[in-house]
Design a protein around this ligand. Sequence first.
Ligand code: F6P
Length: 367
Amino acid sequence: MKMKVGVLSAGGDCPGINSTIHWLVNSALDKDLVPRRGVMFDIVGIIDGWKGLVEIKPEKPESVKQWIMPLNLDNVRTWDRYGGTRLGTTRLNPFDPQKDESAVLMENYQKLGLDALVVIGGFDNLGVAYKLYKQGFKVVGIPKTIDRDLSETEYTLGFDSALNTITSDIDRLRTTAGSHSRIFVVECMGRKAGWLALEGGEASGSAVILIPEHDFLLERVIEILKQQRQSGKRYSIVLVAEGAKPRGMAEIYEKRGRDGFGHTYLGGIGGFIAEEIQKQTDMEVRYVALRHLQRGGPPTAHDRRMGRKFGIAAVDMIVNEDFGRMTSLKHGEITSVPLKKALERLSLVNVEKFYNTKDYKSLDKIL
Ligand code: F6P
């Protein structure tokens, strides 16, 4: 049997996507596996996520050339070691109620003769994949987001690379903070989830960790920093997630509208905290927002390995006709879970289990 499979990445990029595609293609095109599987794969990459499937004119060869990249062992050979996504990505939501382009997308999908589609995405874009699945399309999902906020999986691609970036960037700040005896407020990503802040804070030994799941009191943050000074510490790091907020206040976001899924662009809470500490104490404060540095650079060994495992698992799922599901890591093993289940809720930090609400740090205890 012959099968034409499309693969796309949608939403924010991250290290690990290219590794996934590399291994997906390597597994799908492995000649030795053809007799056992009974499937000959033709794998095509779709450029710029859903946008590619919306914009393409399947009857025009030049448009197909623009939006479709045939994938083979040669052209993906070195992809495993590169960050970002070689297929490109956008935040276009084909089911955006303001501009619904899902009908043209589904028509193009059929005109292209795709037998199945692999979607590498986070909560929003696996949501799109699930909607297509409900319309009868054969879809497989691969979880990808540095926020690690998808349920039903212990891992989402990109998290480990982002975590390592946060840790090494804080190491850099540490030396200058120490030299000048300053407080550094560092803002990391994560949207509604505090995993990056919590685990980045643990890895870097940050004095204060602020997460979206627990609204903080500025007075308490200042008190902790003063205590640190009194105990002889020359500098302190405050690591704050972009979605964290002081009690009684709303999240801080950029005033530039919303993306196709209705989300605001979070950012600025770090600057706010730094300014308040500066105003209310005699400590010298600096503020750094790590922003997209966290999504850049090459994948860590862990992201390369997880990309490999998820990419190979996605091919197996297609062979086994396990559609409407997402690759997943559960209890340390690779499996698959229904997209429906993974999309029921976001995976957020369980404050009671993992966060010290008195001292704003990780709750290190035996569970
Ligand atoms: O969802 C991943 C993420 O990196 C969030 O942590 C962050 O809020 C957002 O994407 C930033 O999106 P953009 O790349 O559109 O600025």
